[in-house]
Design a protein around this ligand. Sequence first.
Ligand code: ASP
Length: 340
Amino acid sequence: MKNILVIYTGGTIGMVKDKQTGALHPFDMKKIYEALPVLRQLDCNIDTWQFDPIIDSSDMNAGVWIRLVDLIGQQYDKYDGFVVLHGTDTMSYTASALSFLLEDLSKPVIITGSQLPLGMIRTDGRENIISAIEIAANEQVAIGEVCIFFENKLFRGNRTTKFNAEHFEAFYSGNYPSLAKVGINIIYKQHLLRPLSNKPLKVYNKMCDNVIIVKVHPALRQEYLEAFLSVEGLRGVVLETYGSGNAPTSPWFINAIKKAIDKGVIVLNVTQCKAGSVVMGHYEASMELLNIGVVSGGDITTEAALAKLMFVLANYNSKEERIKMLNSDMRGEITGKEVF
Ligand code: ASP
């Protein structure tokens, strides 16, 4: 029998109704079998671990990611798979961060949550937890990566974005197909999974949060951009550009970015589009970015770009190494090198 550790960090999924008052309050994960007796029918042992305090995922930060990967690292030999219950709002950021902080995974880490609390009649949390545990304990395919399971699909975590605030189908992966579909059966697409590593797991414990995301838009003003980029200590910028990596061509814009790069800040170009890739130099409007040393994020999501930049800044020492890693597919977060 497989052993699965369910880690509850917080979020809507863990909320249940108080029988007397009707108010929603966090559920005690130790009572998971009482809340979902059907879990006894799964062919696995389930242990639980609850964060103290549990948090709304809007309060997620690098410190909590480090605690999470520390816990997985400490429990790694004891369990065959991990299910992380997490708020949906920052789930894609956490999935991306965990994918970088856990190198050479050979066991599944499946993150899930829900749009409606577990304690509500029409909750999506019930199906999400059951399927996430079933996938983490499955005997059919070996999963060695950080995934998000939501509604009826298993995704590579660092390829996802929360795209709907209301629908049960809340996550989307625009540049990589789903890894499994759940209907009457669970259909795994084995060829899309990352190959299992035969090296021991390496858990990193550093992330740099001296980073910002700047989204270009038609009302972006020189003084605002310059103010952002001149903040003391800034080390990395995820620049969300238009289409295939295009940005304003005005000299003030290019000069502001160039000044930051000359100071040693790394600027990573990602597209605002929900699918497709940055291809710098494709249009005049991205040629200058290429010339001044902006790094292409290829088809990475904004969430994964932020996590990757935080990871690379903290764990690689020279500028050359950092840029090399940003250009490399480290955990399946970008598609091939040809995009650069
Ligand atoms: N605000 C909640 C959270 O992200 C929403 C959710 O769980 O879906 O923690």
